[in-house]
Design a protein around this ligand. Sequence first.
Ligand SMILES: [Zn+2]
Length: 110
Amino acid sequence: MRHTSTGQTKTALGLHVCPRCSSPLVQPTCWEQAGDRGHWRLWRRCPECEWRRDEVHGETEIDAFDEELDSGTRELSEVLKTLAHENMQYVVDTFTAALDADLITADDFS
Ligand SMILES: [Zn+2]
């Protein structure tokens, strides 16, 4: 088990670093969009000490985490892309339904 001797602050730690054992191998296990755009609820797990947590993070933190994961797995970014695609499909479906229901007319585009 590793211990931190340096006085690093919590904010200096990336999402890939375990706050309990300082392992840099923390992996995302699950995530979902949290409320507004650019925020995600992220479930993380440390493979070394079985630490787990779910927290909502902003896009900046997620991006940094994604960069760290790039060296290992590209899983996170792939899933985020899939989610973005699904969201887009939802918008298209909603738009099509609105057209079908005559809620949107050609006048809306003039
Ligand atoms: Zn750990």
